[in-house]
Design a protein around this ligand. Structure first.
Ligand code: PRP
Ligand code: URA
Length: 211
């Protein structure tokens, strides 16, 4: 039991995951499914956002409501597959800022190679939500959290569509304060560091670059 970890448990999430895994799912369908799951993950991960009270007048009577200060949130997609999750996240929190973490996993060493970073300069008092569909060995996630943490956010959460036990363990051990949200946890990694049974290469399936 890992209290850092939230696994979405819902029949509709299972249904979407099954469609996503199917090798016959087209990039167009795949993107739409990733977007839906990203909204659901983001919904869970923003449960504890602070609110401020606001009164509005309905056509019938005054009503006491609440508002979220969306400027207190920064989404950090890991390029390139994390971009597939951004639309769904922004659908829920449209006024959040977005920073980009460019890195890819070296196919031989399975270690992340950084090639681009563009984050908002001001992180003080803001929370950071890292977006990446795949948590495999955990190398990319740990590097992304390290980079985000160096900007001093109030907190960091990690959202992924699919995760492997190895990646969850690596990220949890390196950063016990970082909460992880995932739609499913698979069995293991294969010799090439791919999640099994997984869904293949998320970036390739999102962007239609499957060889
Ligand atoms: C994938 C994925 C993660 C990383 C996960 O990216 O989107 O960033 O691999 O693997 P790890 O947990 O073992 O580090 P990839 O390197 O394929 O880059 P891409 O998104 O540009 O295709
Ligand atoms: N990255 C992917 O895109 N898929 C995996 O299974 C592992 C890492």
């Amino acid at each position: 039991m890992n209290d850092q970890l939230t696994v979405l448990s819902h029949p509709l999430v299972g249904h979407i995951m099954t469609e996503l895994r199917d090798q016959n799912t087209s990039p167009h369908q795949f993107r739409a499914l990733v977007r839906k799951l990203s909204m659901l993950l983001c919904y869970e991960a923003t449960r504890d956002l602070p609110t401020v009270e606001k009164q509005v007048i309905t056509p019938v009577a005054p009503a006491q409501g609440v508002m979220v200060d969306q400027s207190k949130l920064v989404f950090l997609p890991i390029l390139r597959a994390g971009l597939g999750m951004l639309d769904g996240a922004l659908e829920l929190v449209p006024d959040a800022s977005v920073g980009h973490l460019g890195m890819y996993r070296d196919e031989e060493t399975l270690t992340p190679v950084h090639y681009y970073t563009k984050l908002p300069p001001q992180f003080e008092g803001r929370g950071a939500i890292i977006l990446d569909p795949m948590l495999a060995t955990g190398g990319s996630a740990v590097d992304a959290v390290e980079k985000a943490a160096s900007y001093g956010p109030a907190w960091i959460k990690f959202l992924c569509i699919l995760s492997a036990p190895q990646g969850i363990e690596k990220l949890s051990k390196a950063y016990p304060d970082v909460k992880i949200y995932t739609a499913a946890v698979d069995q293991c990694l294969n010799d090439h560091g791919y999640i099994v049974p997984g869904l293949g290469d998320a970036g390739d399936r999102i962007f239609g670059t499957v060889g």
